[in-house]
Write a new protein. Structure first.
Length: 136
């Protein structure tokens, strides 16, 4: 039996992010995306954590620091985004930008029938918010 808790994993596909500063990312995501902490493994002597489990918008998002000495160096995120399907894209976007995310694509009604915008967090992860159309 493991000595660590096993919080419920929510969602069919779970993002597992490698970031430089997972403990700091946990605190940031609490502000930017109203994340709830399911569990964070205590940091090692270098301040790195092997595992953090959050709930963002009622879905699991997991992350860890990189461990180059174990063949897992940090590489800047590229070629993907984490999309949040939300009820109010503007509110989610504004909160994230207010917390310190960089606006990449302002929220707007899109041709495919959703309201959508993109932002980048201080850890280099590209996030998208996607919600219902807004009458402008």
């Amino acid at each position: 039996m493991s000595e660590y808790p096993h919080p419920q994993v929510k969602g069919g596909a779970v993002c597992y992010l490698s970031v430089d500063g997972a403990v700091k990312a946990v605190e940031f995501y609490k502000k930017a995306f109203a994340a709830e902490v399911a569990w964070v493994m205590p940091p090692d002597e270098k301040g790195r954590t092997m595992h953090a489990h959050l709930y963002i918008n009622n879905a699991s998002v997991m992350m860890s620091d990189c461990y180059p000495e174990h063949g897992h160096p940090w590489v800047p995120p590229a070629g993907f985004s984490v999309m949040l399907k939300v009820d109010d894209a503007d509110a989610w976007y504004d909160r994230a930008v207010g917390a310190g995310c960089t606006a990449i694509m302002p929220v707007a009604n899109m041709f495919w029938g959703d309201r959508y915008g993109q932002l980048k967090d201080p850890f280099g992860v590209l996030w998208a918010v996607n919600g219902p159309l807004k009458k402008e």
